[in-house]
Design a protein around this ligand. Structure first.
Ligand code: SF4
Length: 154
């Protein structure tokens, strides 16, 4: 959908943010319903995304949506490229960590093994809270990952 730079609201520190198109969750009160339809996005290949991110001059990136796991094969390729360049990678998703693990997908497992943090869970309007950092509703968690294992939750 877009790439934004210098965000302080999408994870720790100053980060670039890649917003992907396509989402199967249809949360009531979603901040960006236009992102549900993958056809609303602009097609961009992995090299082009990485090239644009490199202009930011730092190594912090967040991949949000939509739900980035809607394109898990492409996401896996992007994460691999960013990992090789030593990026700190956060990924937002409407799936829970357990739902992702239960998919039995090689792409999904490889993404989880390569990222630094997953912000998981659908947006629940009745649990919306502006005081929670980096999340929209109180059911969502920040899972800090190391080699695909949760090492800290907040
Ligand atoms: S997961 Fe995110 S993008 Fe998808 S419907 Fe829910 S709030 Fe919207």
């Amino acid at each position: 959908m877009d790439i934004k730079f210098d965000s302080v609201a999408d994870g720790e520190g100053v980060r670039s943010v890649v917003f992907t198109a396509g989402c199967p969750h249809f949360c009531r009160g979603c901040h960006n319903p236009k992102s549900w339809n993958i056809n609303n996005g602009e097609e961009m290949d992995i090299n082009e995304i990485v090239e644009r991110l490199e202009y930011a001059g730092h190594k912090k990136v967040t991949i949000s949506g939509g739900d980035p796991f809607f394109q898990s094969n492409a996401l896996s390729g992007l994460v691999k490229e960013l990992r090789e360049r030593d990026y700190d990678i956060w990924v937002y998703t409407g799936y829970t960590f357990d739902e992702l693990k239960n998919m039995g997908s090689q792409d999904v497992d490889s993404i989880l093994a390569s990222i630094n943090a997953l912000v998981d869970g659908r947006f629940v309007e009745s649990l919306k809270c502006p005081l929670i950092q980096y999340r929209g509703s109180s059911n969502q968690k920040i899972l800090h990952l190391k080699d695909g294992l949760i090492c800290k939750t907040s």
